[in-house]
Design a binder for this molecule. Sequence first.
Ligand SMILES: Cc1cc2nc3c(=O)[nH]c(=O)nc-3n(C[C@H](O)[C@H](O)[C@H](O)COP(=O)(O)OP(=O)(O)OC[C@H]3O[C@@H](n4cnc5c(N)ncnc54)[C@H](O)[C@@H]3O)c2cc1C
Length: 456
Amino acid sequence: MAPLFYVVPMDPVPILGAGLAGSEAALQLARAGVPVVLHEMRPLVPTPAHQTDHAAELVCSNSLGSKLPDRAAGVLQAELVALDCQLLPIAKQNAVPAGAALAVDRDRFGAAVTARLQADPLIQLVRGEVKTIPTGPCIVATGPLTSEALATDIQQLAAAENLSFFDAIAPVVVAESLDCSIIFSAARWGKGEADYLNIPLNKEEYAQFVKSLLAAKTHRLKDFEAADPRAPQFFERCLPIEVLAARGHDALRFGPMRPVGLDDPRTGRWPWAVIQMRRENAAGTLYNLVGFQTNLRYGEQEKLLRSLPGMKNAEFVRLGSMHRNTFLNSPKLLTANLEFRRRQALFFAGQITGMEGYLGNIGSGLVAARNLVRRLLQLSPEPLPRTTLLGALTHHVAESPAKNFQPMKAEFGILPPLVPPVKKGQRRAAYAARSAAHIAEFRHNQDSDLASPSPS
Ligand SMILES: Cc1cc2nc3c(=O)[nH]c(=O)nc-3n(C[C@H](O)[C@H](O)[C@H](O)COP(=O)(O)OP(=O)(O)OC[C@H]3O[C@@H](n4cnc5c(N)ncnc54)[C@H](O)[C@@H]3O)c2cc1C
């Protein structure tokens, strides 16, 4: 394919990691006429999860989510198409029948992406571990299983406390799905703003909750995760709720469900136990259940949480989980263009930015590459509209509260509310229509910029 824009001749741009994000980024840069050296450590250095030496290997599920145009994955796919995503057509060419889902034959998909990278005259695929971040323009896309040496270098760049090796994710719920005639806002002891939402439980409700929690089935950590001394189950402050509950009937009530200092406006007294919820995003449309990291199976988790007072109709944008996952405290470090705040033209992409899901990770490679091209053309990077799912994800990782930042995948709940409001049954279609209009406008404006770049 002929390059879209010819960037002045230059040294190849290093991309670290030929996973989903790195492969997409490489193909995007090549399309723009930018030479690339794509570094991939496999098969010389393996990861505990990858099985092949293919680029863009899908490590677990072979599904890229729903194709339906009014589902989050379907909308994200439409956005990727509008932005000329390179991996999505390869996925479609290697699809296997899976009803409404886009599922692929993972070996054929990985082989096809590798062949495409190797056939591109502007891309040099080099096998070997990179241990330090190169100087100059660069994209780091080494994923959730970034090698130790490179992770150490990233820690030096980012500060040690800004790189995590496991996620310990608490469920995140859509604020407007909560019953606020029961759930109340209050700050403990009335100190500061009443920023927390509180789910009150009486003695019987608490007893039932603990009983159901202990009876619920959990996911098992993979062997390599369970053996890792950095895993959250080894840290007292980060224990899953089911582990805590197994220590004694009142353990949760004296831990994350502590009710002291929280007056329930319905009774004027402290409840027997409380689950606190804290803002997950700057807009205040999402809340996370504080200290409620868990490995419960998803179906059981939803059922249990919806049995809580005021949570009957709760919509979750994500459920609790704990995984091996190397990721940055992105709100402190990255812009919504995925550029490192303290080093121009250094971009991060993929799961290491705190995005989750195959499609989101592909999209992040696309965003990083497009913005790197803009830097090379001396144009300012342009954030995607936050009304698109990919834009909402990039803004989420850049702008969420940095304290306790945890990865997020593309869900309608991360989008700003529709204006004017739309009835629940029509909301998904309305989100899809708004995304389509705004991504088309964004694309049009970007193309005009690139056709006649004027330096920023
Ligand atoms: C075990 C596991 C299961 C998952 N299952 C799913 C799932 O079912 N569905 C889903 O949507 N998401 C899943 N994810 C999350 C995520 O979507 C995928 O991990 C996705 O592949 C991330 O894309 P990426 O490009 O960021 O990283 P990757 O696809 O992992 O690519 C990173 C690449 O960088 C290479 N690399 C690492 N360090 C170096 C180095 N120093 N030098 C050179 N190369 C290096 C790696 O070998 C790898 O090829 C899973 C993650 C894990 C860890």
